[in-house]
Design a protein around this ligand. Structure first.
Ligand code: HEC
Length: 186
């Protein structure tokens, strides 16, 4: 019976290509039905009963885990005391100045007077002017505003030294300073 049905050529042709009228292989139909059933199962589990996390939830969980791992590996931004201690250490300051003049100057100006990035010598701060706040801005960056994240790019020490150097620029009043941005801090 099965053999009689096999290999009957259908009467249409596409540019000379003809096809048999055979049934689809059972394994193929089986997998096809299985995908539909699995799709139904996951859809109702995720969106009707909520017993399984949705793709977005899985993504959020994995993202949080990644951020936590980065925090553990990348350390934390330095505290006020750590930045201020570095400011009293000439070697650390020389290192901070070097980082600033090779890495930060393109956006903040050689003297911190500001270019694309804000003036770092005035009393106005967008993200806070406390030493630890400055260090945190350098550490985390403000990627959506064009300030890169330096965590993982510069070592924890280099970030601390750069922050100390930025703190030391306060009130230096360089020529060509950019107009203030943010809120004034004493
Ligand atoms: C590609 C350009 C770019 C580079 C390179 C860059 N910055 Fe920035 N930076 C910015 C921009 C733009 C902002 C302003 C972010 C905003 O508007 O929120 C900023 C903000 C800051 C702030 C906060 C200012 C405030 O008012 O709160 C500090 C501190 C800072 N940068 C330090 C640094 C240091 C230190 C480096 C070098 C390690 C550096 N930046 C390198 C573009 C840059």
């Amino acid at each position: 019976m099965r053999n009689e049905r096999r290999d009957i050529v259908r009467d249409h042709d596409f540019d000379g290509i003809q096809e048999f009228d055979n049934q689809l292989p059972r394994w193929w139909v089986g997998t096809f039905v299985l995908t539909i059933l699995l799709g139904l199962f996951w859809w109702t589990a995720r969106y009707t009963f909520g017993t399984e996390p949705t793709i977005r939830e899985i993504h959020a969980q994995e993202w949080a885990a990644l951020m936590k791992l980065q925090d553990e590996k990348g350390g934390k931004p330095p505290t006020d005391e750590e930045v201020l201690a570095a400011k009293e250490d000439p070697e650390a300051m020389a290192d901070g100045k070097k980082t600033f003049e090779t890495t930060c100057f393109a956006c903040h100006g050689k003297l911190g007077e500001g270019k694309i990035g804000p003036n770092l010598t005035d009393a106005y701060w967008i993200h806070g002017g406390q030493p630890s706040q400055i260090a945190t801005t350098i550490f985390k960056g403000v990627p959506e505003k064009g300030m890169p994240t330096w965590r993982g790019v510069l070592s924890a020490d280099k970030i601390k030294h750069a922050a100390a150097y930025v703190v030391s620029l306060k009130g230096s009043n360089p020529p060509g300073a950019k107009e203030p941005q943010g809120t004034p801090e004493p």
